[in-house]
Design a protein around this ligand. Structure first.
Ligand code: AMP
Length: 400
């Protein structure tokens, strides 16, 4: 399928797609549209930034238009940010669409009022949806299409019991669509339990990272990291997303970065929904050049033009590496990902390399690092020594 016109979409949808300036469907979109429109269940596996949201968003709207007026769609997502983003994308596509965003941290009264008006689509994180189901505010009897987005992450985050509860509250006869960038077999088994002969669509092998992201890794001691970070930040001039392992780490690092003279916001689960929204909006608008985040944000950020992703801490789970660096190199733009590992993390690097099926080039730590964390940013030469596969330190050579 080369063009959206081949889909016989409604006039309204065609017009909206034209206005968004999308000329042709992305590969995942052209693969799944005909299947979803025919009413079949789908397991869709695609790299981040490949147009996954509209891969289910456009046919969802089209199908709901053709079904009886009381039918609804339900999209379940693991994080508030991702839910908000999907809601913004669908609203942008079709402003007249009635939808309810049901997420924790926001006013339940407001969500209740919208749910009572019987929206066409409910976009929810599992916890708040279950709260509102238990208090009798929402029933899922009219759900005709159920979408589990970032399904692996939802199961990883321990949402399996809640997802089960939600699914059993929906009618037995429904269409189920499951999307994710990675699909470990145990999760695929769990998810397919709820699906009718799903068709698996894979536009790139699960776990591949965007070819548009150049990756490198530094092996440095914990205490050298702030200086290395300062040097790196001085070498780039665009927006930078930095990942830390813990929320306390994110808070502390944001302070260090501000002391270096940069604008920085932080996003993690110790921040209120309002603070998280402000941080993300400020990052998108350019108010903050740097956003420091824990993995909660890894799936939820669609900011065009993030120049650099820095893994200040390596992720706990190798799949998270894929999601983190997928925040750059989006929508056909080139991106860069730099990771910092400590000398005792060779095993973690090997696990990431196995997940991405690529060898990460280790860059030698520069010798001219700034001496103080609070020194003003300076520009440094970008001449770095790269290890080739021959002179790569023994410790970080891949075991075959
Ligand atoms: P996603 O993978 O859903 O996060 O989408 C990544 C980006 O691609 C978003 O900014 C979308 O607006 C954009 N996008 C989605 N579909 C298309 C398309 N057919 N052509 C161009 N850009 C698209």
């Amino acid at each position: 399928m080369k063009s959206f016109k081949d889909l016989s979409l409604s006039k309204q949808l065609n017009q909206a797609i034209d206005e968004l300036g999308f000329t042709s469907p992305t590969p995942i979109q052209s693969e799944v549209y005909p299947i979803i429109l025919s009413g079949k269940d789908v397991v869709g596996i695609a790299q981040t930034g490949t147009g996954k949201t509209l891969a289910f968003g456009i046919p969802l709207i089209q199908r709901l238009e053709a079904l009886p007026p009381e039918t609804q769609g339900l999209i379940l997502l693991p994080t508030r940010e991702l839910a908000e983003q999907v809601s913004v994308s669908l609203k942008k596509l079709l402003p007249s669409l009635t939808l309810a965003l049901v997420i924790g941290g926001a006013s339940a009264r407001h969500q209740t009022a919208i749910l009572r008006r019987h929206p066409k689509i409910i976009i929810a994180t599992p916890g708040r949806l279950i709260d509102l189901m238990q208090s009798g505010i929402v029933t899922l009897q009219n759900i005709a299409i159920l979408i589990l987005d970032e399904a692996d992450r939802m199961f990883d985050m321990g949402f399996a019991p809640q997802i089960n509860k939600i699914i059993v509250a929906t009618p037995a006869k429904k269409q189920v669509l499951l999307f994710s960038a990675t699909m470990p077999p145990e999760i695929a088994r769990l998810a397919t339990k709820y699906m009718q002969l799903p068709l698996r669509v894979e536009v790139a092998p699960a776990g591949t990272t965007s070819e548009l992201v150049e990756q490198e890794i530094f092996v440095v001691s914990q205490k050298t990291r702030p200086q290395l970070l300062e040097k790196i930040l001085g070498e780039y001039c665009g927006t930078v997303l930095i990942f830390t392992r813990t929320k306390h780490g994110a808070r502390k690092l944001a302070i260090i970065i501000r002391n270096m003279g940069y604008t920085a916001a932080e996003i993690h689960s110790n921040r209120s929904l309002g603070q998280r929204r402000n941080a993300l909006a400020g990052f998108k608008s350019g108010k903050y050049r740097i956003l420091v985040a824990t993995d909660i944000a890894a799936r939820g950020i669609d900011v065009i033009g993030i120049e650099l992703v820095i893994n200040y801490d390596l992720p706990e789970n190798p799949d998270d590496y894929i999601h983190r660096i997928g925040r750059t190199g989006r929508a056909n733009r080139v991106g860069k990902a730099i990771s910092m590992a400590t000398p005792n993390q060779a095993k973690k690097i090997n696990a990431i390399e196995r997940a991405i099926r690529t060898r990460l080039p280790i860059t030698k730590t520069p010798t001219d690092l700034p001496s103080s964390r609070t020194a003003p940013p300076r520009l440094f030469s970008t001449n770095r020594t790269r290890y080739s596969s021959q002179n790569r330190p023994q410790k970080f050579r891949r075991k075959n």
